[in-house]
Write a protein that binds this ligand. Structure first.
Ligand code: HAM
Length: 398
């Protein structure tokens, strides 16, 4: 993060505090690394994240640690470890921090990036899913992200998903001769991939393929309908996308992702879903939960170019002679303690360059300290100058 990005980053943090804090989410920060096992178990052994993208190292004491690639598993670990299941449920938490994935860097994709996220642990109601979607929409709106589209789906239960996978495999095998070689080879390993294929033959087959959303059992389908009704109630538009997949294995039921048309290839700004099995997977009792995370760099990219940022200062303290530098040093400190934005000369420049510099940093006033502590106070916008006593400088410009 460079200084010119700082103000916009602060905007994200402020938005988190007001929007998420306002809905009762409390901030949590977990360590930058965790036991490797935590991510392998939850994110899933077969996912790209676990297979290829984790920064894993031995800590010298025989423990395998991993720089956190995501925040949901660490937050759930903290929930269990700190007995948060004893608090009134759901426990609502939010976080803002950096995450690490060994991906090939490109625009919008970095090996260290920031996420803002929220998790509601301990509630299985569709209202909770809808609340998280609405909060993410509000965060994106507050930051000014453009061209947003919300994709929504439901994965049902792990059992429905396993049955559906078998059904899809049989369908693909029955139409094998019309599929591309690539898709045919992956029928067993990853039949869902066929939905992403671009060759005309496969696409035609996939138009008639069974979709998981049509196979949900009654309770999962009811849950999904309710989430949609709740979003309709507050005017959040979405597109049902039965082919929506996310790169983490812990999801069930509701799945969502916001995309921005202004991002190019890395269009996912933020997403999440329900993960009712995760807490149990890491040793807790069955605890339903739902959450989201959004990439801070991508949110800001989707918000467009930053405005040229100037942070004008109230007072620049210049010295006419070198001997005055101790008075200048004291005056600038006193001015800051009085609540002004103030700087003194630090580069040993000539008076002329000091004035030019004061202008460049946007100083409202420059105090030029001369012999015996005489001060000339210059109004930088009008060019007006007057002599004041050293002790009167601060009073003269506040
Ligand atoms: P995720 O979709 O893997 O979900 O990441 C969330 C967001 O982080 C993405 O939408 C994207 O904006 C950003 N992101 C991911 N990888 C990178 C990268 N290499 N460079 C820049 N930005 C990136 C999760 O991490 C889940 N933990 C979300 C969640 C919370 N699900 C439930 N609760």
């Amino acid at each position: 993060m460079l200084p010119e990005d700082a103000a916009r980053r602060e905007l994200v943090e402020r938005a988190g505090r007001t929007i998420l804090g306002g809905a009762g989410y409390r901030r949590i920060e977990t360590p930058a690394f965790e036991a490797t096992e935590l991510f392998v178990r939850t994110v899933g052994e077969a996912t790209d994240i676990v297979r290829k993208e984790m920064y894993t190292f031995d800590d010298g004491g025989g423990r395998s640690l991993t720089l956190r690639p995501e925040g949901t598993a660490p937050v759930c670990r903290a929930y269990l470890e700190h007995g948060m299941h004893k608090l009134p449920q759901p426990v609502k938490l939010w976080y803002l921090g950096s995450f690490f994935r060994a991906e090939a860097p490109q625009r919008g994709r970095y090996r260290q990036f920031w996420q803002i996220g929220a998790e509601a642990i301990g509630s299985g109601t569709p209202e909770t899913d809808a609340e998280l979607i609405v909060l993410l929409a509000e965060l994106l709106e507050e930051v000014g992200a453009h061209q947003l589209k919300l994709r929504l789906s439901s994965l049902g239960s792990p059992q429905t998903r396993a049955e559906y996978r078998e059904e899809l495999k049989s369908y693909l095998r029955a139409n094998e001769e019309r599929l591309s070689g690539d898709v045919r080879e992956r029928i067993e390993l990853n039949p869902l991939r066929a939905f992403d294929a671009s060759d005309p033959g496969t696409r035609e087959v996939m138009r008639e393929a069974p979709v998981l959303l049509d196979r949900l059992d009654e309770s999962d389908a009811g849950h999904f309908t309710r989430v949609r009704e709740l979003l309709d109630d507050v005017g959040i538009s979405y597109e049902i996308d039965p082919t929506l997949v996310r790169g983490l294995d812990y999801y069930n039921r509701t799945l969502f992702e916001f995309e921005s048309g202004s991002l190019g290839a890395q269009s996912g700004v933020g997403g999440g879903g329900r993960y009712d099995g995760l807490i149990e997977q890491i040793g807790g009792s069955p605890t339903p939960a739902v959450g989201f995370a959004a990439g801070v760099e991508r949110m800001l990219m989707a918000a467009g170019e930053p405005e040229a940022e100037t942070q004008p200062i109230d007072l620049f303290v210049a010295v006419a002679i070198q001997e005055a530098s101790r008075e200048a040093w004291k005056l600038s400190r006193e001015a800051r303690r009085a609540g002004l934005r103030a700087q003194s000369e630090l580069a040993g420049r000539s008076l002329k360059s000091q004035l030019r510099h004061a202008d460049r940093v946007g100083a409202r006033y420059t105090a030029i300290i001369g012999d015996e502590g005489e001060v000339t106070l210059r109004n930088m916008s009008t060019g007006e100058q007057r002599d004041v006593a050293l002790s009167e400088v601060i009073g003269a410009i506040t």
